[in-house]
Design a protein around this ligand. Sequence first.
Ligand code: ATR
Length: 276
Amino acid sequence: MDDLYGVIGDPIAHSMSPAMHNAAFKDAGIQASYGRLHVSPGELPDAIRGIRALGLRGINVTVPHKTAVIPLLDEVDPLASSVGAVNTIVNRNGKLIGYNTDGLGYVEGLKKVLKGELSSKAILIIGAGGAAKAIYYTLASLGVRKIDLTNRSEQKAIDMIESCSFAVESDYCTLSEAGLNLQQYDVVIQTTSIGMFPKVEESPLKIGAVKNGAVFSDIIYNPIRTSFLKQAQQNGAIIQNGMDMFIYQGALAFRKWTGIIPNTELMKKVVLKQLG
Ligand code: ATR
């Protein structure tokens, strides 16, 4: 029988992970099936016990379960534990181990467009939700020297800075201050949900002049270019949407489960086809 994998979430109907992973398994010659598994919050403990009982090999975890799943696992990787969110579970002979590949997936994608050493860069993160936290802590754990945060709710960003256990220089600034100081940054990362399909919304901050060679990235990939990315491009920035983060968080999960680095070009092709 095929090895079984899946993604749990609520809602889950539109997840593109099954198509992406099933194509990667086939390409790698692995007999496996990856399914979309709807799990409501009240069912989460039973669903996690079911992973052991049914012998599922690996699971991705998405909204709203990434934090609630932590106490239900046998072991949690230190980075996932400090982020407070798990997006990947590995079933090692009945022992469930949690990881977070979102932040590292973002970094893998960023490396494709960034010139020079990541650790020497000055970075601005817009937003202070779950995705921002995964990216912020991962960048800090990799030794990035300067990572500032801006967010609509000031306290959430300040709490995130104060609870970061990795050595990094970080300051909070308001969205309007950030807009005036964009030239300081080599990388600006938009992590809020502003502009995500089906809404058409303005960028969370107004983009003027940017640093020469700066990368502006948005973790949204539907639409392919948010208003934030359009404005950044008009001002001469190198832009990147969230497609690579999505592909690489999946590729890193795939490697945790199988030990094999999957065909990321194929995975991207499959996701682009699904997006239509
Ligand atoms: P995720 O897990 O995807 O990061 P989240 O935890 O709900 O989602 O975080 C959403 C982020 O988008 C937050 O930074 C939120 O700002 P607040 O902390 O002030 O709530 C931001 N966000 C969402 N809608 C926004 C809006 N209309 N204007 C400004 N920021 C917004």
